[in-house]
Ligand binder design. Structure first.
Ligand SMILES: [Zn+2]
Length: 125
């Protein structure tokens, strides 16, 4: 598919290659000068799958890919027992996004009567 053949879904004018600032709402981060297609008449902006891939590459380089869907998400876990200690498993999606591995240091802060905050640090060597 040639870029010139894409017409604006809003006004049917021709979409031209341009650049834009891409705001990632959930993270409140803006990536500048992202290639896109822009309507020559109404200014409507559009990403092709190539553009989306490029944005995802940039997000991976910045270490923020996958975070958008995790911020603010509550995941219900069950406390289990391992040896004589109680353990809470880390969900796979959190493990992947944080790049967690066995040996990573974690800090637990008691924030309230039923509220713990977990912070992950550097990998133990
Ligand atoms: Zn248009």
């Amino acid at each position: 598919m040639k870029l010139e053949e894409i017409s604006c879904p809003e006004c049917s004018s021709i979409m031209r290659p341009a650049t834009t600032d891409h705001l990632i709402d959930d993270l409140d981060i803006t990536i500048h000068n992202v290639p896109c297609l822009k309507c020559s008449r109404c200014g409507n902006e559009l990403y092709t799958s190539d553009h989306v891939e490029l944005i995802q590459e940039k997000m991976k380089k910045l270490g923020i890919f996958g975070w958008g869907s995790l911020i603010g998400k509550e995941i219900e876990m069950t406390v289990t027992e391992s040896g004589r200690r109680l353990v809470i498993g880390i969900p796979k999606e959190v493990e992947r996004t944080f790049g967690l591995k066995p040996g990573v240091k974690a800090k637990i802060k008691v924030k309230g009567i039923d509220d713990l905050e977990v912070t992950f640090g550097e990998t133990a060597t």
